[in-house]
Every structure is written in C-alpha cells, then in structure tokens.
Design a protein around this ligand. Structure first.
Ligand SMILES: Cc1cc2nc3c(=O)[nH]c(=O)nc-3n(C[C@H](O)[C@H](O)[C@H](O)COP(=O)(O)O)c2cc1C
Length: 193
C-alpha cells in the first residue's frame, strides 16, 4: 500500500545516527530522480547533485572539512557554526555523521534562486528517503566552508565545478537511532478568510 503523503511528511525526521549498511543503488537513483523533479526558478535546473558512496572519499573529504573548520572564523554567532568549529578539534570529528551516502547540492554562480532550488530538491530527497525507509539529514557545513581552498580543491577533483556555489548537502542511510520529533511551535500559521 503506498503511504499517504501527510504520513511521510509528519514521520520524516532529521537522522544523525546511521547504520553501517550501504544504501541500494536503485534507492539512491530514486532519491536523485526525486531531486531533479523539484521546481526551480524559471525552470533553471542549473543544480548539480553529487552523490558520494565511497567511504574512502568521504573520509578524505571529512579531513579536508576538519582542516577547513580549524582555519575558519565563523562569520556570525549561529551556534551550530561555533559547535562545528569546536567539534573539528576532536579526533572523532565527522561532519556527515558517518552516513553511507552524502549528496552535495551545488548550483551555478550569480543565480539568486540557487539556495531555494537546491533546498526544494533536498526536501524531495528527504521525503523520498522516508518513503523508502531511509533516514536523512540536511548537512549545512559544506555550505559554510564553500570558499575553503582545501575543500574546494577536493570537491573539484570530485567533478564539482570551481565556480559553483555549494548550497547544501544531505546525509542518507538506514536509521540506527531514531530522532525524537521536535514539537512544532505554535502561532506560526495564519489563515485570512
Ligand atoms: C537550512 C537547514 C540547515 C540544517 N543544517 C543542519 C546541520 O548542519 N546538521 C544537522 O544535524 N541538522 C541540520 N538541519 C536539520 C534541523 O536541525 C532539523 O530540521 C530540525 O532540528 C527539526 O528536526 P526535524 O527535521 O527532525 O523535524 C538543518 C535544517 C535546515 C532546514
């Protein structure tokens, strides 16, 4: 029985603990298909989704990110940025929560809708993942370090054009420890009729 869309929307959670188990290639292909069916400003479709499943590459990217965070000065007081920088000093630093898949969303430069388009595509990925019994999480840190030379050199080696802006990324995998649903805040919705 196909699941009701509202059930999928309500049940999806940001997963931060993944099983050490690969995601089947056919499922990954479905997630990437879900991404490219998202709406985009003026139908630009100028995004690029780079899925990495090779653990040696992810470990190497993690090390570049760790070095990047150590050299980085957060540009505002957003707590997660300072938390990530502090985390980079730890030996067990892992920005993608040891997920078996990381999908990096990038987009062309000087395009005002770059983030909006990639974010809508990521939500498609998250909901499709939930429907397949997979966990997912938005991982912001590649966006924060989008101008770090070491990170960009490495992403260039992976085929992400140097001029692209890194919008966001998604960690995907089977859920090891489910996240509790954070209560929804009140008074965030209005209907004027
Ligand atoms: C723009 C954005 C950035 C986020 N960045 C991160 C992140 O870097 N790491 C993380 O663990 N979760 C991240 N999240 C997930 C949020 O923390 C999560 O959506 C929120 O706590 C609500 O939990 P839920 O997704 O389970 O409903 C991000 C979400 C959004 C929309």
């Amino acid at each position: 029985m196909p699941r009701d869309i509202m059930d999928i929307i309500r049940t999806r959670r940001s997963t931060r603990s993944f099983e050490d188990r690969p995601v089947p290639r056919k499922d990954l292909d479905l997630l990437l298909e879900a991404a490219v069916w998202a709406p985009s400003g003026s139908n630009s479709q100028s995004w690029l989704f780079t899925a990495v499943t090779r653990q040696d590459i992810l470990r190497e990217l993690n090390e570049k990110m760790r070095q990047g965070f150590l050299a980085w000065t957060p540009d505002d007081d957003y707590p997660a940025k300072h938390g990530a920088k502090a985390g980079a000093r730890r030996e067990d630093f892992n920005f993608y929560n040891h997920a078996p898949v990381l999908i990096i969303a990038s987009n062309r430069p000087r395009y005002e809708n770059a983030m909006a388009d990639c974010s809508l595509a990521l939500e498609n990925i998250f909901l499709a993942a939930e429907n397949l019994g997979l966990g997912s999480c938005y991982i912001n840190s590649p966006h924060w370090l989008r101008n770090d030379k070491g990170v960009r050199d490495f992403l260039f080696e992976l085929g992400i054009p140097r001029e692209h802006t890194i919008c966001s990324s998604a960690a995907i995998g089977y859920i090891k420890k489910p996240s509790a649903p954070p209560p929804r805040k009140e008074h965030t919705v209005r209907v004027i009729e």
